[in-house]
Design a protein around this ligand. Structure first.
Ligand SMILES: [Zn+2]
Length: 57
């Protein structure tokens, strides 16, 4: 099975295995690294705040 999350950066779909663990880092098609967060059994992703990566400005 696959869990779908929404990429906060590009709005695209992120497919994750349903046994994905919180804290795992996946790279999305748009090139961003996303950290897996699990809240109330709902899988979400958030941008990984990488050290030294200045993509925000
Ligand atoms: Zn994306």
């Amino acid at each position: 099975m696959v869990v779908k999350a929404k990429c906060p950066i590009c709005g695209g779909e992120v497919s994750l295995p349903d046994d994905v663990m919180a804290g795992e880092v996946v790279e999305h098609d748009c090139g961003i690294a996303l950290e897996v967060v699990i809240e109330n059994n709902i899988v979400k992703v958030k941008p990984l705040e990488g050290v030294g990566e200045d993509w925000g400005e």
